[in-house]
Design a protein around this ligand. Sequence first.
Ligand SMILES: C[S@@+](CC[C@H](N)C(=O)[O-])C[C@H]1O[C@@H](n2cnc3c(N)ncnc32)[C@H](O)[C@@H]1O
Length: 208
Amino acid sequence: MSQYWSGRFAREGMIWGREPSPSAEWAKKKFQEAGLSSVLVPGAGYGRNSKVFSAAFTTYGIELSTEALELAAAWDPDTIFIAGSALEPQLNTQIDAVYCYDVLHLFLEEERKQLIAASLAQLRTGGLLYFTSFSDEDRNNGCGRRLEQGTYEYKPGKYAHFFTEADLRSHFSGTEILQTGSFPEKLESEQGGIHEYILRYIVARKIN
Ligand SMILES: C[S@@+](CC[C@H](N)C(=O)[O-])C[C@H]1O[C@@H](n2cnc3c(N)ncnc32)[C@H](O)[C@@H]1O
């Protein structure tokens, strides 16, 4: 996994451009309304979305790819980036909120559970989680070799999990689920390529 992402960041730089996902602005507003002051961004990439949060909150990003971290240090100098895996807790402090964009669907079931457990371990009780991931309504769902239920190698060497509403909710059982939904996301690369995905999101509160 890390080789795949490092290769892409080395070749393509800011793969999805400089504009953040509208979901980051939306989550920022939710976190501000809740009076929160610190945010963790697991799988932060080159800081495209963490930059939205670092303008308003103490922000930490966890990222595995050295190439992404080099870009992130320049693009989002206000976020504290930690080199390491988001599948394990990396902070020795508890934070108020987690924003995790399009990372959960990259893993098989056991690792998806680890990502959520590690995120919850770093979140204080009462803190908020906002996650996005591929929807089962996305056109790539069901394409290619099936690896697990809902998980497909939709491009050679690249797989993803496609979430139904019930599946996403069941991943976050043990939290108080506040809101779920789906939205189309348009990503424009710096080279001018456009990719469109259907994403699901979930907002949840850590209850214990
Ligand atoms: C689809 S990209 C999303 C990047 C970022 N969230 C954004 O919105 O721009 C997935 C990111 O997760 C990172 N990643 C993959 N596995 C990881 C892991 N175990 N721990 C931390 N980061 C990881 C990749 O290097 C890549 O930057």
